[in-house]
Design a protein around this ligand. Structure first.
Ligand SMILES: Cc1ncc(COP(=O)(O)O)c(C=O)c1O
Length: 436
């Protein structure tokens, strides 16, 4: 049997940093990244045979838990029929119909990653409006395309980078970054550049600087101000879609308030653990995409039949009982987390939207409202907290700027293991000092 250390050493020899996505690195928590060998239900098992309760869930997709029998069966059936044809398959239509039955989109275009979905959404918004500028919020992450890396959350925040080398000034200059939860800042940007703004892109609920709850009416304000100035609202549900609630982040805002965004981006859950993502919207907007319209977008593996099968089976089985179980597990873990931190005397806020949540250390009672608050927290408490949880067999996101993910497979035993691990981790967080 190999060890995590040996697997990591071998990976580092051929893969930059030993990881294919920086969020998997243990840079901000120290120690050796775990190399997973298998997963089942709420558990991951690493190459050393050690089992963990999984609170990352592949960063969101595994809503039903690992190896849900219906998903595995659908994937096996698809694999038996062929891996990829380079033609349209009926599975694309079926998954598009299923998405359109859950949220108000008339057309869906599948891509392979969330990054492609947001990148294409921006090109589409520019093509539709004939304008150049994009407004994004500091701390929101929309994938790693050039124009969207400024003040991005997730791995960019974890590594404390302002953006990315290799992004040209020209690309960066077409993105205006605004503080989250600040209608005033957005008013000022529209007052100055209103005629040139193609779109405002936002996470339905920001989850990549930790979870940040949109202030009262903030998302509705985004809908109103974009409409008023002839700009589009790009609604990034890559992370929250069909996870925060049955109708995603939209279910917390637009659905109850009676509005819809212009372009939706989906990913993660709609691929059920396989590479699938999508953008969607009205026929009027979406039909600007090639081959009907002049906005070009393509993909060799877009709408891959195996990915469509995994996504369809996942979404089809994501019924009320699934969301109820995810909510119950999420509530129990959140309550245990805040009790343990309170008992250990650690100032904190639990950031929450629907079933998604994260913890911020050393924050005021108001919690985290924007990127500056997120960056101002006591980040140093996270590493010992994380390591203590890991030692107790709980796999958390290795960054304080990420949401915790639970699945419908997180049964009472898995939740109890998390609850049992929390007091020692809270104590480790309490003992932490800025110097480490
Ligand atoms: C809100 C949001 N948008 C876009 C992306 C990019 O998706 P992908 O990693 O599939 O490219 C992510 C990834 O975490 C995300 O959280």
């Amino acid at each position: 049997m190999t060890t995590n250390a040996a697997a990591f050493a071998a990976a580092q020899a051929v893969i930059p940093g030993g990881v294919d996505s920086p969020v998997r690195a243990f840079g901000s928590v120290g120690g050796t990244p775990r190399f997973m060998a298998s997963a089942q239900g709420p558990y991951l098992t690493d190459v050393e045979g050690k089992r963990y309760v999984d609170l990352v869930c592949s960063w969101g997709p595994m809503l039903l838990g690992h190896q849900h029998p219906a998903v595995v069966e659908a994937v096996h059936r698809a694999v038996d029929a062929g891996l990829s044809f380079g033609t349209s398959v009926e599975g694309e239509t079926r998954l598009a119909e299923l998405i359109a039955s859950r949220v108000p989109v008339e057309r869906v275009r599948f891509v392979s990653t969330g990054t492609e979905a947001t990148m294409t959404a921006i090109r589409l918004a520019r093509g539709v409006t004939g304008r150049n500028l994009i407004v994004k919020f500091a701390g929101c992450y929309h994938g790693h395309s050039d124009g969207l890396l400024a003040a991005a959350g997730s791995g960019v925040a974890t590594q404390a980078l302002p953006g990315s080398a290799g992004v040209t000034e020209a690309a960066a200059s077409e993105t205006i970054v605004v503080d989250y939860n600040s209608p005033e800042a957005l008013e000022a940007v529209f007052a100055e550049h209103g005629e040139s703004i193609a779109a405002v892109i936002t996470e339905a609920v920001p989850c990549n600087m930790g979870v940040v709850e949109p202030g009262d009416g903030f998302n509705r304000f985004l809908r109103e101000i974009t409409a008023k100035h002839g700009a589009l609202l790009i609604w990034d549900e890559v992370l929250t879609g069909f996870r925060a609630t049955a109708t995603g982040g939209w279910g917390l805002f637009g659905e109850v308030e009676g509005w819809t965004p212009d372009i939706w981006c989906f990913g993660k859950v709609i691929g059920g653990g396989m590479p699938a993502a999508a953008l969607g919207g009205s026929a009027e907007i979406m039909d600007h995409l090639a081959p009907l319209g002049p906005v070009y977008q393509a993909g060799t593996l877009s709408g891959n039949p195996v990915a469509m099968a995994a996504g369809h089976a996942t979404l089809e089985h994501a019924d009320e009982a699934v969301y109820a179980r995810v909510a119950a597990a999420s509530d129990a873990i959140r309550e245990g987390l805040t009790s343990a931190l309170t008992a250990a005397g650690v100032d904190h806020s639990i950031q929450r939207a629907g079933t998604l949540f994260s913890v911020a250390f050393g924050t005021s009672a108001d919690g985290v409202k924007d990127y500056a608050d997120a960056q101002g927290q006591q980040v140093f408490r996270h590493a010992p907290f994380f390591q203590s949880m890991l030692a107790s067999g709980v796999y958390l996101p290795p960054s304080v700027f990420e949401a915790w993910f639970v699945s419908a497979a997180h049964d009472d035993a898995a939740v109890q293991q998390v609850l049992d691990a929390l007091p020692a981790a809270a104590e480790a967080a309490a003992q932490a000092t800025p110097q480490g």
